[in-house]
Design a protein around this ligand. Structure first.
Ligand code: KIV
Ligand code: ZN
Length: 528
């Protein structure tokens, strides 16, 4: 490094050959992770943000997996403005045809087909020999090419596949017309050196390799997903498959925000670039965390709450003198805004509308009025109202706009005496119902009350409370996960009263279960 005091490097000039394509699979591999199931509307909301953020390819789902997946891929394909919309399919002709149908409305669509290539996958997953794998590669890619010119082929468990056989499979896929070749580290087993070497080996040995795009798809079982993805890029890959917040099976996938910021921040040693608007990374992270109820680890790189916090005296002193002493990228570059005091109880509609605009929200008239009423109530109860408070409030307003059940009132008697009591009033399809319930603690009493008004079979799989901002008058943000027949719905609620936030979160999860059920069989829940 130079002795120049300005150590943070400027971005290098950009060549097309150094452009790294960002392939986001939050809605497919991310959603596959237990507990991260998303509703149709949530998928559309995430896809819209990814599209706006500059994600090149959105893997929107696995259309053959369910009618819900098919419909969401199709709708995302219909709505995308910029991104290529991709659907996943196994190496089966029917899967591929269904996938093609789902992506049809997209201005630019891609079929991504895969098959296990490693000895373990051949023997135990499929019970077939090498020759048959090769035949299936050719048949599946050929079928996909009959539907679209943009076909990606993946060798599942590539990093545990014999080199010679992997070369043969990649060659067959290229010959059949694949335009992108993805080399997944499906079980997160590779190290960066190994993964880079594997890419190099394929690029050197496979005929036609120079004419296709090589891709990385790294899982994070050893915490190496981002390092492996970058090693793949350095070795010649020009597509990285990743997810927001690193969401995904087991330990997850490579985190999009980390890959993108590593490339941007260290373009001096990795002369690559992406088309991502990095100032949207924090928003994307918050959205995915809200939708899945998967909290973001406080010290998570790039998007963790502490990622730009400087606590120690020495660090704070250095930051005041020159922020580059302890900061390699600015909070603004990833969309973190200074926590700002917004308004108090005297702020009017105009100021509130301006603030919403600044935070990136556009609400219709009714939604704006509802949000304004809630803001006034909050400002009456809470001394300082921060941007984060407004975001929590509006996110909840948006999420509940279509809900059939709403929390109208809640009174809880808690304390050492027990049993704790809750009186709950819900609006169900426009009619108010009130019930009194007891429970083992105020949360239990509240949930018992809700459950007696909305009978259901779901099990509470997660209940989690955090504070939106600092201070004892901070809003509580509660996440609830409900599970029924292996299906999961998550809900989020916020309020300065933790019990009210809990009731809202529980009701929000119930609304999602009902919405999903209603799409499958209209008028089942609550029919009696
Ligand atoms: O991890 C994996 O191998 C996958 C493939 C389907 C690409 O997700
Ligand atoms: Zn995967």
């Amino acid at each position: 490094m130079d002795s120049d005091e300005n150590q943070t490097k400027q971005e290098a000039p950009r060549a097309d050959s150094d452009r790294v394509v960002i392939f986001d699979t939050t809605l497919r591999d991310g959603e596959q992770c237990p507990g991260a199931t998303m509703t149709f509307d949530e998928k559309l909301e995430i896809a819209e943000l990814l599209d706006e953020m500059g994600v090149d390819i959105i893997e929107a789902g696995f259309p053959i997996a369910s009618q819900g997946d098919f419909e969401s891929v199709q709708e995302i394909a219909r709505r995308a403005n910029n991104s290529v919309i991709c659907g996943l399919s196994r190496a089966q002709l029917k899967d591929i045809d269904v996938c093609a149908e789902a992506i049809k409305p997209a201005a630019r669509g891609r079929i991504h087909t895969f098959i296990g290539t490693s000895p373990l996958h051949r023997k135990y997953q499929m019970g077939i020999e090498k020759a048959e794998v090769l035949e299936r590669v050719t048949a599946s890619v050929t079928r996909a090419r009959n539907h679209t010119g943009d076909v990606e082929w993946s060798a599942m468990d590539a990093t545990r596949t014999e080199d010679d056989f992997l070369c043969a499979c990649v060659e067959a896929a290229i010959k059949a017309g694949a335009t992108t070749i993805n080399i997944p580290d499906t079980v997160g087993y590779a190290t960066p050196d190994e993964f880079g070497a594997l890419k190099r080996m394929l690029l050197e040995r496979v005929p036609g390799a120079e004419a296709v795009v090589f891709s990385t798809h790294c899982h994070n079982d050893l915490g190496l997903a981002v390092a492996n993805s970058l090693a793949g890029v350095v070795a010649g890959a020009r597509q990285v498959e990743c997810t927001i917040n690193g969401l995904g099976e087991r330990a997850g996938n490579a985190a999009l925000e980390e890959v993108v910021m590593a490339i941007k921040t260290r373009s001096d040693v990795m002369p690559f670039w992406t088309g991502i608007d990095t100032t949207m990374l924090t928003r994307a992270s918050k959205l995915v965390s809200r939708v899945t109820a998967f909290p973001v680890q406080y010290n998570k790189a790039i998007v963790g709450r502490n990622a730009f916090a400087h606590e120690s005296g020495i660090h704070q002193d250095g930051m005041l003198k020159n922020s580059q002493t302890f900061e390699i990228m600015t909070p603004e570059s990833v969309g973190v805004k200074e926590s700002s005091l917004v308004m108090g109880k005297h702020s009017g509609r105009h100021a509130f509308r301006e603030k919403l605009k600044e935070l990136g929200y556009e609400l219709g008239d009714n939604a704006f009025e509802d949000a304004f009423v809630r803001f006034k109530t909050l400002a009456d109860r809470k001394k300082h109202v921060y941007d984060e408070d407004i975001e929590a409030l509006v996110d909840q307003e948006i999420a509940s706009a279509r809900d059939r059940i709403k929390v109208v009132a809640l009174t809880v008697i808690a304390g050492t005496g027990g049993p704790q009591k809750a009186t709950v009033t819900l609006d169900i399809d426009g009619k108010q119902h009130t019930v009194e319930a007891t429970g083992d603690g105020p949360v239990d009493a509240t949930f018992q009350g809700i459950s007696s008004l909305v009978p259901h079979e779901a099990r509470l799989a997660l209940y989690q409370v955090s504070a939106v901002t600092e201070g004892t008058d901070a809003q509580a943000e509660v996440m609830v996960r409900l599970e029924v027949d292996g299906k999961i719905a998550t809900g989020r609620g916020s309020d300065t009263d933790t019990m009210v936030a809990s009731a809202r979160a529980y009701v929000s999860a119930l609304n999602k279960l009902m919405a999903r059920e209603a799409r499958r069989k209209p008028e089942t829940m609550l029919a009696s």
